[in-house]
Ligand binder design. Sequence first.
Ligand SMILES: Nc1ncnc2c1ncn2[C@@H]1O[C@H](COP(=O)(O)OP(=O)(O)OP(=O)(O)O)[C@@H](O)[C@H]1O
Length: 237
Amino acid sequence: MTSSPSADTVTTPTATAKALLTATHLNKTVQVGEQTLSIIKDVNVHINAGEFVVIMGKSGSGKSTLLGLLAALDYPDSGTVELAGQMLSSLDEDALAAIRQRDMGFVFQSFHLLPTLTVAENIAFPLDIARQPNPARVDELIEAVGLGHRRDSLPNQLSGGEQQRTAVARALVSHPKIVFADEPTGNLDEQNADQVMQLLLDLRQQVGSALVVVTHDPALADMADRVITMHDGQVES
Ligand SMILES: Nc1ncnc2c1ncn2[C@@H]1O[C@H](COP(=O)(O)OP(=O)(O)OP(=O)(O)O)[C@@H](O)[C@H]1O
């Protein structure tokens, strides 16, 4: 009986212990001419499985930089990011690309659709590059985002709202563990913004993905499970 954990260890999990994503002591600097600017300063963040977290804060406070670090789109200068038990900060670019494909979905303000692919092909893209084509899942999502009549259109033939609905479907098609969205409604009018956000929230709930959204929209913050507020590169407590 010498190696059993104590009852205390077993019955008092911490927020970090059950977190899907844990970022610890993140720091990021950028070089501007001669100057080194510290833009993320000792940030600790956790995201639980299935949780909807909004990141808010003034322009320039570090929201997009933090999102990029959490999504392993960028390397921190120091600190770690762990997703589902995997230490992302120690992986090379190929391994990170595989994790992004398998476990993450992305929605960006400027849509980032592939211009030469149709709506159906854009939505299918994450499944196709993972060599797990699933036409039934693609059809299901095209219908869910109301683009059945647009399935063979190219992005430049779509409205902004239609492009972002395509991006939302693409982000969720492969049942990711976590979806990252950077100002996903920033380029849309109010009606399209509401529609896109509702689809993003509904679809990620069906899939059970966690969702992390950078936004300036207080209405969205009201809907979140938790709000992280950034101020001058730090999380406000
Ligand atoms: N590559 C870079 N070179 C120089 N400065 C940078 C770079 N990337 C970010 N910054 C600076 O770091 C700070 C944080 O930028 P970031 O884009 O993360 O802020 P943000 O809170 O997302 O802003 P916004 O709400 O305006 O999008 C800003 O002052 C920005 O100018």
